[in-house]
Ligand binder design. Structure first.
Ligand code: IPE
Ligand code: IPE
Ligand code: MG
Length: 254
């Protein structure tokens, strides 16, 4: 199982087209459903796994894009609780790939002031060496505060709600005290603001179990770009679309 690692590259802010963005109205938290890797590879006659490998460049450029325009929270969907249903070889590749990506990129991300952490279930199916690398990356970057990169790995929105409800019951709470606030307190990362914007690539118009509780009032932007082709310019386009939206939260427009 070999693939060419994506080369390191320097962040480049000189020519990025963010001039149309209103830097005072940036989304605080962006969620990304990184989809379309398999189709990207198949279009080129390559194995699906090459598409996952090519997604690394997209992820890094998206992170640099967030750093450049001052987005403080980025949550990326890397492996869902449903993705275990894929062929064993692809699952194994994804486990190894994510582990090696952390190894390759953690120092670079650390230097950029990125705090890496994870969202999802740490169950027996996640290989120990992957868990170890996750812990190591999270500990090394824990004090960084420019951007919090949350990697949703073995993550499911329903699983997160189930885990929250279990913890809530274990806390001995009275039924009459259960409310949005008490449930939110038991989510994986209760202090994270809800995403303002969720971007999904590859022309699929669905959420696929991503951050179900947290996206109640997120703006959703869908793009046909396949994840391995996604770059910060595509992120800026999504942010531009977000800035044109009128968020009402159920109220009437003022
Ligand atoms: C997203 O790309 C990556 C993961 C789900 C891990 P896919 O592998 O789903 O690519 P498509 O949707 O089959 O093209
Ligand atoms: C969502 O993509 C999960 C990730 C991007 C990790 P999928 O490709 O698994 O979603 P579906 O199957 O098209 O809904
Ligand atoms: Mg997919």
């Amino acid at each position: 199982m070999t693939f060419d690692p994506v080369p390191f590259f320097e962040p480049d802010s000189s020519d990025a087209p963010f001039s149309s963005l209103d830097l005072n109205r940036m989304p605080v938290h962006i969620g990304c459903v990184m989809d379309g890797n398999g189709r990207w590879a198949q279009k080129r006659g390559l194995p699906r796994t090459d598409g996952h490998a090519a997604g690394e460049a997209a992820l890094m450029d998206t992170i640099y894009g967030c750093l450049e325009v001052g987005v403080r929270w980025l949550t990326v969907y890397a492996f869902s609780t449903e993705n275990w249903r894929r062929p064993i070889d692809e699952v194994r590749f994804l486990m190894n790939f994510n582990e090696s990506l952390l190894l390759r990129r953690k120092d670079e991300l650390d230097q950029q002031g990125v705090r890496i952490r994870f969202s999802g279930r740490r169950d027996w199916r996640v290989p120990r060496k992957v868990l170890k690398r996750m812990d190591e990356s999270a500990i090394q970057t824990a004090k960084n505060d420019k951007l919090t990169l949350t990697i949703a790995f073995n993550y499911g929105g329903r699983a997160e709600i189930i885990d929250a409800v279990r913890s809530l019951i274990n806390s001995g709470i009275k039924a009459s005290d259960v409310n949005e606030k008490s449930i939110s307190k038991f989510l994986y990362h209760p202090e994270a603001p809800d995403p303002d914007l969720v971007v999904r690539t590859s022309g699929e118009y669905r959420i696929s179990n991503f951050l179900l509780w947290e996206i109640a009032y997120s703006e959703l932007v869908f793009t046909d770009v396949l994840w391995p082709d996604f770059r910060r310019e595509d992120l800026y386009k999504a942010i531009y679309e977000f800035q044109g939206r009128n968020r009402r939260y159920g109220k009437v427009r003022e």
